[in-house]
Design a protein around this ligand. Structure first.
Ligand code: TNX
Length: 523
């Protein structure tokens, strides 16, 4: 019971246990029916028990009941296991869903399997009472599907792994220099040309995979709708990212007129086949604005998320410095410099999104040259951007690369398979604090939450993504959900003790995590 990850706010043990049998039923009141379907399907596949839908939880049947309790917060839940059975009550369906995740952990690691190991085994939940609620409302994970494409099935699997860790925002990095991954009906070349690169450096330098080979793939709009619906069933919001005005070479390769045509011959560009910061950025023209308004119109139709991510990171300004078109625009708008031009560009979409009831979020570079009115900030280059934004009254998601960039190596050992240099250990992630002490309580209210980022330059498939993500994502989930003490006072040894049970869950889920003893020879 004390082996839950993330740790609940409070848990009190009783004596006795609820047994789930062939006669056990699952009762969900109408507002929690969706959670009921998810839970019965998940437990049926793992246990083989029928878990028929019942009317009311009663002592004789000892089943599972799901209810709303309007006295609780929307994501808050209470789980009571006693002689009546297991009752999960939440302030909203989301709270009940997070309670259902806790129940799955209480049933033991085999509850995560897709087929029952032993149809005769006894499934039981100890008598207890858990009260729980998240610390942050934005508990995010970003997956970069541009550098290496994750096919739809892999994305759905990712959403399941997020749900198991009570993470609720999936930041979907859909476009970059190295690939455009979302079908846009009015601009078909974005995927016809932009979703493929002829060759790429992939994997670990020392591995045989470090070779030139073609790479590509994209999601159709039906794929996207399926992903968004699958996430919604798991109470996860999908925040799409279309990265502008930098990180856009794939789009320029597809539509050369989007680039700075008076500085370079953009018709000679192809989808980028290497990593780093790319000088080929969008031209700040009306044509570019109209083009991307068209892109965002389709994006808004597919993604109901209030927040839409517009990138804004790592946009070198050299081409704008040399472009007569960009300079004319700076003069015409009376702007101070190229940074202000980027702000103007982002500000255009801030207004455009606000007019459609959405909110813009961007990487912390959007602070340079002035932050657009309604913008929220993903603070990635440390805390500074997030602190400045919160002080100016803007919302912030804390995702500093020094702590929660999971593409960075997790051990200093020479056998570690990832060439990105900085070491972020499991303990480093566990001691990450999303709210910097510099903020006053008033300013700290602007910290919506936190997010771990998975950039995939060095991860060519899901096994590599698993390896980088786990076990550190489990520590991150606890930071995002649980009310932990200050970093120095966190009991890492106790967390590791719970991780022993959690590794068994990850095994049952088929997650290729980094073993605590270090990488296996083939990793
Ligand atoms: C910086 S974080 C980037 C990404 C890279 C990442 C590698 C951010 C907004 N930009 O383009 O993939 O570093 O760690």
């Amino acid at each position: 019971m004390t082996e839950l990850i993330p740790a609940p706010r409070s848990a009190v043990a009783g004596s006795g246990e609820v047994r789930l049998t062939r006669h056990s039923r699952l009762y969900a009141d109408p507002a929690t029916e969706g959670v009921g379907h998810w839970l019965s399907a998940a437990l049926r596949q793992a246990t083989g028990l029928p878990l028929r839908e019942g009317r009311e939880l009663d002592e004789a049947e000892g089943g599972i009941g799901l209810h709303l309790d309007p006295g609780l917060g929307p994501e808050e839940y209470r789980l009571v296991s006693d002689h009546f059975g297991v009752l999960i009550e939440g302030g909203g369906a989301a709270g009940v869903f997070w309670g259902a995740q806790t129940l799955r952990q209480l049933l033991g690691p085999d509850a995560y399997r897709r087929a029952p190991l032993d149809r005769d085994r006894v499934w039981s939940v100890p008598y207890l009472r858990i009260e729980d609620a998240p610390r942050f409302r934005w508990r995010g994970l970003m997956l970069d599907v541009a550098r290496h494409f994750t096919p739809k099935e892999g994305v759905l699997r990712h959403l399941d792994l997020m749900a198991a860790h009570k993470l609720n925002v999936f930041h979907f990095h859909l476009t970059d220099d190295q690939g455009w991954r979302i079908e846009i009906e009015r601009h078909p070349r974005l995927t016809e040309i932009g979703s493929w690169r002829a060759r790429t450096k992939t994997g670990h330098r020392a591995s045989p995979l470090w070779e030139d080979k073609p790479h590509g793939g994209y999601y159709t709009q039906d794929d996207i709708r399926e992903i968004v619906a699958y996430a919604a069933e798991r109470h996860i919001t999908v925040v799409p990212e279309i990265d502008v005005p930098g990180h856009s070479q794939a789009a320029i390769a597809a539509y050369p007129e989007l680039g700075n045509t008076d500085v370079i011959d953009t018709t000679a560009l192809s989808v980028w086949d290497t990593w780093g910061i790319n000088p080929n950025v969008l031209a700040p023209t009306d044509n570019t604005l109209r083009f991307y308004e068209g892109v965002f119109e389709e994006v808004l139709r597919l993604f109901p998320s209030k927040f839409v991510h517009i990138g804004g990171d790592e946009c070198p300004k050299d081409q704008w410095r040399h472009s007569e078109t960009a300079q004319a625009r700076i003069r015409e708008l009376g702007l101070a410099d190229e940074d202000a031009l980027q702000s103007w560009f982002i500000g255009h979409f801030d207004t455009w999104l606000a007019a459609r009831g959405r909110r813009l979020i961007g990487w912390d570079e959007i602070l340079e040259g002035g932050l657009a009115k309604g913008a929220a900030v993903s603070s990635w280059r440390g805390y500074a951007g997030g602190i400045a934004a919160a002080r100016a009254g803007h919302d912030v998601v804390m995702c500093p690369e020094q702590q929660v960039y999971l593409d960075h190596r997790q051990d200093p050992g020479p056998e570690e398979p990832v060439p990105i240099g900085w070491v972020r250990t499991l303990e480093d992630v566990y001691r990450f604090e999303p709210v910097p002490p510099e903020l006053t309580p008033e300013e700290a209210r602007h910290v919506l939450g936190t997010q771990a980022n998975l950039w995939t330059e060095v991860m060519e498939d899901h096994a590599r993504v698993d390896y980088q993500a786990f076990p550190r994502l489990a520590a991150f989930a606890e930071v995002a959900w649980s009310a932990l003490p200050a970093p120095a006072e966190r009991d890492f040894a106790e967390f590791q003790r719970r991780m022993t049970a959690h590794y068994r869950r990850l095994d049952a889920l088929g997650v290729a995590y980094r073993p605590p003893t270090g990488p296996l020879p083939w990793q």
